[in-house]
Ligand binder design. Structure first.
Ligand code: SAM
Length: 328
């Protein structure tokens, strides 16, 4: 007999907070079980996106249907993160379109993670034809469901709530969140529509630019890239998904030229403004995997957004525009 399932998943290794995710998920399981005593509430810790695919496949095989799906973990604007910070995983646009999720009629999806309402939740609602919930702001762990209450360690109960966070709202956000316990955000709900959702960073370009003016604040990425840069300064570099141009700006003294390409015109404008006096750098729009560069015209391609891209067509372009390395 077909049963209705509430499925809660949380990630176990991506960045910090996995122990807290496990506690939050367990409390959610208790509360949903009390609310729906005749329905099954499944809790599954997951490492990578393959684990989630396997869970969906098992549910499809059983014939059960998902009445509510809850993801607890980290997220970027383009949706949940899986794997580890060294080898991050995210569903690419193609994979998202192909995802088979056995939702029940009237099923719902909840993304209890940072910034999921900015693009991912409305996009997911349309793709899977389900009501989808997410947060515009960052999420925080709290003792209270209705108010931010700072906690240390793994306390019970614990919830993930959206609130104006330090990262996105500077010190005013930090005061609101920590001292006043304000700035709480209700989960935003998105009904499926036939409208396409703006998948660019245009709406958040100013915010992104303010936070990431200097790429070196992202210490791990910057130290990896600067340590792996070829020794020669006679190299031409392409940055795919260049955003506000902060990476090329920082690399500029170490390279001959740099081209940044991006989907967001608002970010490209900021990249040009941030590098207005730098003749080495140029910034161009792209709308798909086709790259506006000549064959064999660059020595190095960097992308700090690769996981959002549809790899196969893009890799053909990457092969076309990369110069062969002499001696290989
Ligand atoms: C997380 S931001 C990263 C920006 C920059 N690489 C950085 O690390 O600061 C993602 C960027 O990828 C761009 N983007 C998303 N999908 C893209 C696509 N299919 N082609 C080109 N750019 C894309 C967005 O507009 C945004 O600027």
């Amino acid at each position: 007999m077909m049963s209705s399932i509430h499925l809660i998943v949380h990630t176990t290794h991506y960045r910090k907070g996995s122990e807290q995710f496990a506690v939050i998920a367990a409390i959610m399981q208790e509360e949903l079980s009390a609310e729906y005593p005749n329905e099954t509430v499944l809790l599954k810790p997951i490492f990578g996106k393959r684990d989630l695919l396997n869970i969906f496949s098992q549910i499809i095989e059983s014939g059960d249907k998902i009445r509510s799906f809850h993801f607890i973990g980290h997220s970027g604007m383009y949706g949940p993160m899986y794997g580890t910070i060294e080898y991050p995983e995210q569903f690419s646009p193609y994979e998202l379109r192909k995802l088979q999720i056995p939702f029940a009629e009237g099923g719902e999806a909840y993304f209890h993670c940072c910034r999921s309402a900015r693009w991912f939740a409305p996009h997911f609602a349309n793709l899977h034809n389900v009501k989808t919930f997410g947060y515009h702001n960052y999420t925080a762990f709290t003792k209270s469901k209705t108010k931010y209450q700072r906690i240390g360690g793994n306390v019970n109960p614990m919830y993930a709530i959206g609130c104006e966070g330090k990262k996105s709202h500077g010190w005013i956000g930090a005061i609101k969140k920590n001292l006043l316990g304000k700035g709480l955000e209700k989960l935003k709900v998105f009904e499926p529509t036939s409208e396409s959702i703006d998948s660019t960073y245009n709406n958040v370009a100013g915010l992104y630019d303010a936070v990431f003016q200097d790429i070196k604040v992202r210490e791990d990425e910057w130290s990896w890239i600067s340590n792996h840069l070829p020794k020669s300064t006679e190299i031409d570099v392409l940055d795919i998904g260049c955003g506000n141009g902060a990476l090329l700006k920082a690399l500029s003294p170490m390279i001959r030229s740099g081209v940044g390409v991006d989907l967001s015109n608002a970010l490209l404008d900021l990249a040009r403004k941030n590098n207005a006096t730098n003749d080495k750098l140029s910034f161009k729009p792209v709308t798909g995997p086709k790259l506006p560069l000549e064959d064999e015209s660059v020595d190095l391609i960097i992308s700090m957004l690769f996981r959002y891209l549809d790899w196969d067509p893009l890799m053909d372009e990457v092969k076309r525009i990369l110069r062969p390395v002499v001696g290989y």
